[in-house]
Ligand binder design. Structure first.
Ligand code: 5GP
Length: 173
């Protein structure tokens, strides 16, 4: 198994996180921000992002996982849901990567049932080519081609999450 050279270096990621945080800080001035990280992949992005956001906020989490059946519909399981009451809150879902969009769409619809005042999505990576569900992304760190990546929270078989950069990953045979 081979981890390639960084696609996004530590400096590039940290720079982009600061830019996103600045825009989010402006957009959420005077609002009731609840940042919801989608675990496990988003843990590193979430912790850097919230440290750079300069308006008051609360942090909560959703733990979700998806697996593909024979068809491309995918099945999403939520293992842990937010504990915060989201009514009257301005919820920002924070995701590591949007691929087919199935996971995030499921979490978004589930969150909307709780009737937040507003709901937006922030993802570090957007793999647009593979999208099956059209989902509005409000804040995007980087667009990436259809390539499997690891690092900065993203795993292969639960490894490589601790890499501080993002790299392409290829299984060697
Ligand atoms: P979805 O297809 O539902 O948009 O994405 C489901 C999940 O697949 C993501 O939250 C992420 O955990 C995982 N995923 C999608 N693309 C990649 C990738 O390139 N690398 C890694 N490590 N995980 C990915």
């Amino acid at each position: 198994m081979v981890v390639g050279k960084p696609i996004f270096t530590v400096e590039q990621i940290q720079g982009r996180v600061r830019e996103l945080a600045e825009v989010i800080s402006n957009d959420y001035e005077g609002k009731n921000l609840l940042a919801v990280g989608i675990l496990r992949g988003a843990f590193m992005f979430l912790s850097d992002l919230v440290r750079a956001i300069q308006v008051p906020l609360t942090v909560d989490f959703v733990v979700a996982g998806s697996y593909m059946k024979e068809s491309t519909t995918g099945e999403v399981k939520v293992y842990y849901d937010v504990r915060e009451d989201v009514k009257e809150r301005d919820v920002l879902l924070v995701e590591d990567i949007v691929d087919t969009g199935i996971t995030l769409n499921h979490i978004r619809e589930r969150m909307l049932l709780k009737r937040p005042r507003s709901l937006k999505i922030c993802t570090l990576l957007d793999k647009k080519e593979k999208r099956l569900v059209d989902i509005p992304l409000d804040y995007v760190g980087f667009q990436i081609p259809n390539e499997f990546v690891v690092g900065y929270g993203l795993d292969y078989d639960n490894r490589y999450r601790n890499l501080p950069y993002i790299a392409a990953f290829r299984k060697t045979i």
